[in-house]
Design a protein around this ligand. Structure first.
Ligand code: FE
Length: 134
């Protein structure tokens, strides 16, 4: 059984295991209001995992303060952890980022980040859970 199939849940199953806001972001591609999430200002060391499936997504060491009001990272923890696709919704051309394991929507990636990657992964707090370093 591939790692894919274990994360293939029905909409009803996702609704049962996620909060309303997590469901809106992860499964409907929603965006939480800026500065409203629990991680935008968080500087705690650890690893941010997918709130849908637990896949490790971003190391807190790559997090920086972009001033955007959403958690922002220079890079994913691993190239295989996330995947991207073009997103033309809302009259914009953006690159959407999602969890490769469960397909959950995370946010968008922009090319206005700091060196060395020049990338800004702009991610919804609602799609993440922080596993603190112990
Ligand atoms: Fe996931």
């Amino acid at each position: 059984m591939s790692s894919d199939s274990k994360s293939k849940k029905s909409e009803e199953q996702w609704r049962r295991c996620l909060s309303a806001q997590q469901f809106h972001v992860l499964r409907e591609g929603g965006t939480e209001p800026a500065f409203s999430g629990r991680y935008h200002d968080c500087k705690t060391p650890g690893v941010y995992v997918c709130a849908g499936c637990g896949q490790a997504l971003f190391d807190a060491a790559s997090k920086y303060d972009s001033g955007s009001g959403w958690p922002s990272y220079r890079q994913a923890i691993d190239e295989e952890a996330v995947a991207t696709r073009e997103d033309h919704r809302h009259g914009m051309r953006r690159v959407e980022v999602h969890c490769r394991q469960c397909g959950g929507h995370l946010g968008h990636v922009f090319a206005d980040g700091p060196p060395p990657t020049g990338l800004r992964y702009c991610i919804n707090s609602a799609s993440l859970l922080l596993k603190k370093e112990t």
